[in-house]
Design a binder for this molecule. Structure first.
Ligand SMILES: Nc1ncnc2c1ncn2[C@@H]1O[C@H](COP(=O)(O)OP(=O)(O)OP(=O)(O)O)[C@@H](O)[C@H]1O
Ligand SMILES: CC(C)(CO)[C@@H](O)C(=O)[O-]
Ligand code: BAL
Length: 289
């Protein structure tokens, strides 16, 4: 496995790896890797000849009030996990490499980025779409792997590659969970042990809507209420939103025809946690290319 820090080195290594042809798969991350990230790398590897990961805590997707400075950066451990996952190349650029002082170009997606996470983090998705476009331009993958946990992010990136004719297929991979159901997330490291056990209530809320769905419930209002009241049993959890939305447009649904996604965001102390659940045929949408 090669680790490179500059765009020039990354391109050079990629052209060596590509001399015999083959498809390139790409897993972009912000590091502090856990089993969720490892699953993306393990799903990527058998599908391509050349697998690439990136580790970059992208400053432009953090608001000034957010956790950029305290975001965990255990680089050596991250590289060990990449090596164990069989990745060929890891790109670990510096901020100066990705954003030279004269940089002034951004990529933005409109309506989808104004909803949900975008309402609470108004500058966040423009940072994501800009850095992911830059990474796609540098790595030039045929296929890139993202987690379902960040549901809105993958929906926006799917829109972006279609709208800008970027020649990359987006694959969305299932959320990996702790044994009590909490979605794995680098930010879980911020939780105290008490908060860690409280956090699992988010999954209990989603599981409640799943069992109602299985029993035939199709009212978005009933499903939303069930999630909210279950989460509210733990008073330490402050709900930012619970919404039953269309899997593609992320707009609120009045009725559910065939599928929906339940989106949840909560605050627990100073930590924000997000999670979601696919209902009905929503899986077909996230599994489409
Ligand atoms: N539990 C998970 N299961 C599957 N994929 C995941 C999981 N958590 C994160 N990912 C995916 O890994 C990729 C990199 O995400 P990132 O480095 O931001 O990790 P994260 O755990 O989501 O961090 P954060 O806590 O900051 O949101 C994204 O595509 C993200 O959706
Ligand atoms: C896609 C991403 C690597 C862009 O910085 C980030 O938003 C993430 O880790 O989900
Ligand atoms: N996984 C999403 C990255 C972020 O919250 O900044």
């Amino acid at each position: 496995m090669r680790v490179v820090e500059t765009i020039a080195e990354c391109r050079k290594e990629l052209s060596k790896l590509r001399q015999f042809g083959g498809r390139t798969g790409f897993v972009p991350t912000m590091g502090a890797l856990h089993a969720g990230h490892v699953s993306l790398m393990e799903i990527c590897r058998p599908q391509v000849e050349i697998s690439v990961a990136s580790i970059f805590v992208n400053p432009t997707q953090f608001a000034p009030t957010e956790d950029l400075s305290r975001y965990p950066r255990p680089l050596e451990h991250d590289l060990e996990l990449c090596r164990a996952s069989g990745v060929d190349l890891v790109f670990v650029p510096t901020v100066a490499e990705m954003y030279p002082p004269l940089a002034q170009t951004t990529v933005s997606v409109s309506t989808l980025t104004t909803l949900w996470e975008g309402q609470l983090r108004p500058t966040h998705f423009q940072g994501v779409t800009t850095v992911v476009t830059k990474l796609f331009n540098i790595v030039q993958p045929q296929v890139a792997f993202f987690g379902q946990k960040d549901y809105q992010q993958q929906a926006i990136l799917r829109r972006m590659v279609q709208d800008l004719d970027q020649p990359v297929k987006i694959r969305t991979c299932s959320t990996i969970r702790e044994s009590d159901g909490l979605a794995m997330s680098s930010r879980n490291a911020y939780l105290t042990s008490e908060q860690r056990s409280q956090a699992t209530q988010i999954f209990r809320g989603l599981a409640k809507s799943e069992s109602l769905w299985q029993a035939g419930e199709r009212s978005p209002a009933v499903l939303e209420h069930a999630i909210k009241t279950t989460i509210a049993e733990v008073s330490a959890l402050d709900i930012d939103y619970v919404a039953i939305v269309d899997p593609e447009t992320l707009k609120l649904l009045d009725t559910i025809d065939t599928g929906a996604v339940a989106l949840v965001a909560c605050r627990l102390g100073t930590t924000r946690l997000i999670d979601n659940l696919l209902l009905g045929n929503a899986r077909q949408i996230v599994e489409s290319d």
